[in-house]
Design a protein around this ligand. Structure first.
Ligand code: NAD
Ligand code: UD1
Length: 342
């Protein structure tokens, strides 16, 4: 397959690029580098010994997407990662989020149609389950969101479902990711958040490296076994492999499917923290603070459909995730900007 990865220089995109190249496919990334570095794909090339073409362009700009298709197509399929993803920022900048995350999809679909590319895999999120209290979360459960970022995913799912219904030759897989963490085992590509991280694992890694003083555990009074939030953490390489399986499915079927990508296991914030300490042989200072507004107690997937429909299941353990996240952070204390410590 020859696959276009929008947002392919980002965290999940670069790991998926590597996974697809290793499986013998060709990839082209279209990314405006608003939240990523070209260095990620350079390293993917070094790791695989294969070409990972980067086209710098904006998915909301039709001429940029058209250029990618005209100059580097034809593509058998597209994985659409490109989008803004910071929940807090989306609350203060809703218009930017709706514009970027929705325009990108609309423009992409138009150009795909023009070029006869009929298979699409879309990055959705478990955030579309909103405050649904019934666990594990299954794809047919009611949805609803609590912030603009979540609504952009929800509306994108709606748009793509309706588009697929209207275009019978179209194939879409909507992947609802749970909490991707970790990094490639080489330690050469990983998550490179700008500024102070919002998410748990990058924050722990920066405490471990001494850049941040201590972790704030947001609440220990939830209705969970140890009182801290429970999440379905999934290794980014398992997630990347899920895209390969979703692409194989998309190019050989028609219609729209929504699929959870999670492990099906929930671990608490403190369980993750202690697993990190144990596997990396260090102590992470932390303090319990009040709950973070908008957080829910528990969120984990029912991954049955991914297994039955795509033949996919996660294989990495929580310990693998903690080891690989730290291995990346240790060798790249300043992400892709700074020197790599061999
Ligand atoms: P990321 O920010 O590392 O990657 C997104 C990439 O898209 C970046 O490289 C950015 O430069 C690019 N981009 C943004 N807007 C663009 C535009 N208009 N045109 C071209 N490129 C653009 O994020 P990620 O963690 O790799 O997430 C990838 C996708 O998965 C996103 O859509 C995100 O919302 C979704 N997702 C992520 C998570 C997570 O925890 N990381 C969870 C659920 C869903
Ligand atoms: C967040 C997003 C979600 C997105 C997901 C994956 C919010 C509200 N939701 O999910 O839309 O799909 O990331 O990127 O931001 N925690 C701490 N201390 C910290 C950071 C986090 O205790 O410094 C706790 C949180 O309270 C939560 C857990 O760790 O219980 C996981 O948090 P986080 O990594 O931010 O992911 P989510 O909030 O689950």
């Amino acid at each position: 397959m020859r696959v276009l990865l929008t947002g392919g220089a980002g965290f999940i995109g670069s790991h998926t690029a590597l996974c697809l190249l290793e499986a013998g496919h060709e990839i082209v990334a279209l990314d405006n580098l608003s939240n990523s570095s070209p260095e990620a794909l350079k390293r993917v090339e070094e790791l695989t010994g294969k070409k990972a073409t980067l086209v710098v362009g904006d998915c909301t700009v039709e001429a940029d997407v058209e250029n990618a298709f005209a100059a580097f197509g034809p593509f058998d399929a597209v994985v659409h990662f490109a989008g803004f993803k910071a929940v807090g920022e989306s609350v203060s900048m809703p218009l930017e989020y709706y514009r970027n995350n929705l325009d990108a999809t609309l423009v992409l679909c138009k150009v795909m149609e023009k070029h006869g590319c009929r298979s699409l895999v879309f990055s959705s999120s478990a955030t579309v389950y909103g405050t649904n209290p019934v666990m594990p979360l299954r794809e047919d459960y009611p949805t609803g969101c609590t912030n603009p970022y979540g609504w952009t995913k929800w509306i994108n799912e709606r748009i793509l479902t309706d588009y697929c219904f209207a275009s019978k030759d179209m194939s879409v897989v909507l992947l609802r990711y749970f909490n991707p963490i970790g990094a490639h085992e080489s330690g050469r590509i990983g998550e490179d958040p700008s500024g102070v991280p919002n998410n748990l694992m990058p924050y722990i890694c920066q405490v471990a490296s001494g850049k941040l003083e201590k972790l704030r555990v947001f609440g220990d009074d939830y209705d969970t076994p140890d009182g801290t939030g429970v999440r379905d953490f999934i290794h980014v390489c398992d997630l990347a492999y899920g895209h390969l399986k979703a692409l194989e499915y998309a190019v050989s079927h028609k219609g729209c499917e929504v699929v959870n990508l999670g492990t099906g296991e929930g671990y608490s914030v403190l369980q993750l923290l202690h697993a990190f300490e144990k596997v990396n042989n260090m102590t992470i200072p932390y303090v319990v603070t009040p709950r973070r507004p908008g957080d829910i107690a528990t969120c984990y997937a029912d991954p049955t459909k991914a297994h039955t429909l795509l033949g996919w299941q996660a294989s990495h353990t929580l310990e693998d995730m903690c080891r690989d996240a730290w291995n990346w952070q240790k060798h790249n204390p300043n992400g892709y900007q700074g020197d790599e410590i061999k």
